[in-house]
Design a protein around this ligand. Structure first.
Ligand code: SF4
Ligand code: MG
Length: 336
């Protein structure tokens, strides 16, 4: 499949009173046409910042892309002038967020909010915009779209609001949809419906999806490929079956172990990974997961693990999988 988006060595730095924080550290991945890529990790791991950086939505007073490139159709989005970037948002790459209430305007009818984007990007008549708005509401599974256009946000349920947000994101036919925790605020039944909706939309339109989530259950249902992020880095990447059936990174294994299982006894507690991610003001010199890792070696604390290929679709950054580790261990002084 054709590569649509290529993120190379992305580094995003936040300015704070206490100094700079490395929120995203050397992140590299690609997105192919028509696929769904999940970016997974705990809150604060840099997954949302990575997504917002692709959209160039990290406000300038908060942070900046310090290095790296984001190639899309021959253009580097990391360096694109804001005016050109504005043209891209919505028509080439769209993003939706967890909470429709904060993303949509409660005082403007749904129809007007959908039509606004169409008119801005396509410069078409109001009648044509209305026709497209009805079509997109049908695509996202909202019944009686003609009468729904006149309604306001408070007249829709949580799941319906999420559908409206998806409709607005898709109405100008972008090739990439980025969804940041799109089902987190919804109850389980609605969550499943929204995931099915993403799948049917992808089948009908061929849109590529990047889904940001902390929920491996969501990943299992929707993703083709997965990037696991920890402390601003991608620590493991692979096809969904690589990650679920052959996880290599101790952090990935920990995430999987803390996943609720439908067949499990609800009284058995999950095993979340003990400890917290490192302070990104001064990330540790070695592996960022070392303080929480049961397998940490001396080398882990002092040297960053390099990316090792497990097989063509699967890569991991962990000393345990690094073929050089044996040699290093042998040459290292073992404390007595
Ligand atoms: Fe654990 Fe070392 Fe692998 Fe980091 S590099 S995850 S500390 S074994
Ligand atoms: Mg987030």
């Amino acid at each position: 499949q054709e590569t649509l988006l290529e993120v190379n060595g992305l580094r995003v730095v936040f300015k704070t009173h206490g100094g700079e924080i490395n929120a995203v550290r050397d992140v590299t991945f690609s997105l192919r046409r028509g696929e769904t890529l999940a970016i997974v990790g705990e809150s604060g791991c840099g997954k949302s910042v990575t997504a917002k950086s692709i959209m160039r939505l990290v406000p300038e007073h908060i942070g900046k892309i310090a290095s790296g490139s984001i190639l899309y159709k021959g253009k580097d989005l990391a360096k694109l002038p804001e005016k050109e970037m504005r043209e891209m948002r919505g028509s080439e790459i769209s993003m939706i967020f967890q909470d429709a209430m904060t993303s949509l305007n409660p005082t403007i009818s749904i129809g007007e909010q959908i039509m606004e984007g169409i008119i801005r990007h396509q410069k078409v008549s109001k009648a044509e915009a209305r026709r497209q708005a009805i079509e997109i509401l049908q695509l996202v599974g909202i019944a009686n779209p003609e009468s729904r256009l006149k309604q306001y946000l408070h007249q829709f349920s949580g799941g319906m609001r999420q559908r409206i947000m998806i409709a607005i994101a898709l109405v100008c036919k972008p090739s990439i949809l980025i969804a940041d925790e799109p089902t987190t605020a919804l109850d389980v039944t609605i969550q499943a419906q929204i995931i099915d909706l993403f799948k049917s939309i992808q089948q009908k339109t061929g849109v590529s999806i990047i889904i940001i989530t902390h929920d491996l259950g969501v990943v299992a249902k929707i993703a083709d490929r997965v990037n696991v992020m920890y402390a601003g880095k991608v620590v493991e990447s692979g096809l969904v079956r690589d990650i679920f059936y052959n996880p290599q990174h101790p952090y990935t294994k920990g995430l999987l172990a803390s996943m609720p299982r439908l067949d499990a006894d609800r009284n058995i507690p999950l095993s979340p990974i003990p400890g917290t991610p490192p302070d990104l003001f001064s990330p540790p010199p070695g592996c960022a997961f070392a303080a929480r890792c049961d397998y940490a070696l001396e080398v882990c604390r002092n040297h960053q693990p390099a990316e090792t290929t497990v097989h063509s679709s699967h890569a991991v950054s962990c000393w345990l999988q690094d073929p050089r580790a044996k040699k290093l261990l042998a040459s290292m002084q073992v404390p007595t």
